[in-house]
Design a binder for this molecule. Sequence first.
Ligand SMILES: [Zn+2]
Length: 243
Amino acid sequence: MWNGIFKVLVIFMVFISFVQSNDKTFKNCNSTLTFDDGPHPETTPILLEQLKEKNVKNAIFFLIGDRIAQYPELVKKIQSYQYDIGYHSMHHTNQAKMTANEIHQDIQEFKNNLNQALESNYDLKYARPPFGGMTQKSVKLFKELETTGKLKQQTLNDEFNTQLIARQVRETYQANGLQTLLWNVDFKDWEQRIDMNHAREQFVPNLKQIWLFHEMPSYKGTIFNNQITEDLPQFLNFLCEQY
Ligand SMILES: [Zn+2]
C-alpha cells in the first residue's frame, strides 16, 4: 500500500513541477510596464490581450486627454482589463514651459475627459509629464544617468523626481494628489524597434523597475512607425523567464 501512495506522490510532484515550469507568468514580478501616448485603436486592444495572456499584474497606460475624448471605448477597455490609467497631459505639451495654473487646468480637463469616457469617477493616481517635464539642464543629467547605467537601478522616488522634473510640474501634480512616475528603462521605441539586447542589459533582478513603451503606430507620417504590438511578446517572454 505504501508503495502505491509513494507512486501517487511522485506522479503528483512531477505534475506540479511541470505546471510550474510552464507557468511563465508575472506572479512574482516586480516590474511595471508603462505605455505612453495612447490610447490608439491599432495598439491598445492588442497590448491588453498580450498583457493578459502573460498574466502581467502591473501595467499603467499613460494616456493623452485629447485621445481619451477621441477613443472613449478604448479607455473603457483598459479599465475592464483592470490595468491602471495615468495622466500624460491633455495635448502632450512640454509642461516645463507652462505655469502651475496652466498645468492645474490641464489636469482638471484630463480628469473630466477621463470620467466622461468611463462614465464614472476614476481614482487617478499616477502622472507622467510629457518629455519627463524636464528642464534643459535636467535632460543632460537624465542622459548621464542613462549612459552610466544608474538609471536602470534608480528608485523612482520624490528625491529622484526633484532632481529632474521642473518644480511647478512636480508641485502641481502633488497638489492634485498625483504620484509622478518617470522610468528606469527606455527603448526609444518612437524611433527604433525594441532591442532585446538592450532589455537584457537593462534588466536588474529583484528591483521594481519601470519600463517605458509607447503607443504610436502611425503618428504624423514622418515619425518612425512604432511596432510595439509586434515587439512586446518577445519582451514579455524574456521578462517572464527571469522569475
Ligand atoms: Zn509621451
